[in-house]
Design a protein around this ligand. Structure first.
Ligand code: ADP
Ligand code: MG
Length: 323
């Protein structure tokens, strides 16, 4: 047997997961919003919940955030049951849900002040933490301004600062960059990643945007309340097995059977035809040669997380492009 030296900092037992989800279910009347999801999230991990509208992302986050009870299964935060120990669980959590949580008529400082009191902070310790948050998020100059006068990006920073006041170890963020322009989105993610490095936070972020999921260490793909894939973005994309080839044409329904007659499999995704299976430059050239007039454009690219989702479900992530 070969002895492998163990590094000094190697923990004797692996750290307990920050979040444990076991067979979690939630029904709303007839509708099954979560249909038995199981998932462990490691301490210090950044995990994306990626899925289209209605796939169950918010339901899962709201159960973890103790805002909603499961209909079946269970979930633990830092070893505490989210139903039985809801109050204790909340102290471990910083949460941003989809509805805005700031009072626009109040100043930045007042919003932070209210949050601090909610978590039992007051007096000098609270003032110090607010000062620290204002400084950390570049908000010191705007502390006295009403929140409604801030840009979308700044409001998001106030929200982030606010949920960090009680120093939680775990953040649950539900589509946190919704409504932000690309520059503000980039700023938000830069801030988030820096924060995670500084404080070793565990972060779960729900998104329907594949580029946000790409920024996480693992992505959990959700469809109709089910976990359909889980892994590092690179790993998930590699499962496609090679580049993907898309054909743009004015009449996809007409061209599809003609391409299939060449022995290729196609799938219609929105307005384009996806050539399935390992397709390379030769296939692209062959199609170009066979249908020079019908083909408007050929796109050969590395698979994205959206491609992984399409391969598993036949649907896209974006609601605007039904498959
Ligand atoms: P996502 O966040 O991925 O868009 P949700 O978790 O919000 O998905 O919703 C999952 C499913 O559960 C959807 O079909 C949605 O309509 C349904 N749903 C969510 N909340 C409620 C509710 N309070 N009452 C009834 N149905 C709900
Ligand atoms: Mg949602």
């Amino acid at each position: 047997m070969i002895a492998v030296p163990v590094p000094h900092d190697f923990p004797a037992t692996p750290p307990a997961p920050a979040i444990r989800v076991e067979g979690l279910e939630r029904r709303f009347g007839e509708r099954q919003a979560l249909a038995g999801v199981s998932l462990d999230i490691a301490a210090g991990e950044r995990l994306a919940l990626l899925g289209p509208n209605g796939s169950g992302k918010s339901t899962l986050l709201r159960i973890l955030g103790t805002l909603l009870r499961p209909s079946g299964g269970r979930a633990e935060i830092a070893g505490l049951d989210v139903e039985r120990d809801a109050a204790a669980v909340r102290h471990h959590l910083g949460t941003v849900f989809q509805s805005p949580s700031l009072d626009g008529k109040l100043s930045v400082r007042e919003n932070l002040d209210i949050q601090g009191h909610l978590y039992g902070l007051k007096g000098r310790p609270l003032r110090e933490r607010i000062a620290e948050v204002l400084e950390r998020f570049g908000l010191a100059e705007r502390a006295a301004d009403r929140v409604e006068t801030l840009s979308g990006g700044m409001k998001r920073r106030v929200e982030l600062g606010k949920i960090l006041l009680h120093r939680p170890g775990i953040l649950l963020l539900d589509e946190p960059s919704t409504g932000l322009d690309p520059a503000a989105r980039l700023d938000f993610w830069t801030t988030l990643l820096a924060l995670q490095q500084e404080r070793g936070l565990t972060i779960v972020v729900a998104t329907h945007l594949m580029d946000e999921a790409d920024r996480c260490q693992r992505a959990a793909l959700l469809d109709q309340g089910r976990l359909i894939a889980l892994g590092a973005p690179e790993e998930l994309k590699a499962s496609i097995g090679g580049p993907v080839l898309d054909v743009e044409t004015s009449d996809p329904d007409r061209l599809a059977p003609r391409i299939q007659a060449l022995g290729l499999r196609t799938r219609r995704i929105g307005g384009v035809l996806r050539i399935e299976g390992a397709a390379g430059i030769e296939t692209a050239q062959r199609l170009q040669h066979a249908f020079p007039r019908e083909i408007l454009a050929l796109r050969l690219g590395q698979p994205t997380l959206e491609d992984v989702f399409v391969a598993l479900t036949g649907k896209t992530l974006s609601p605007k492009e039904p498959a």
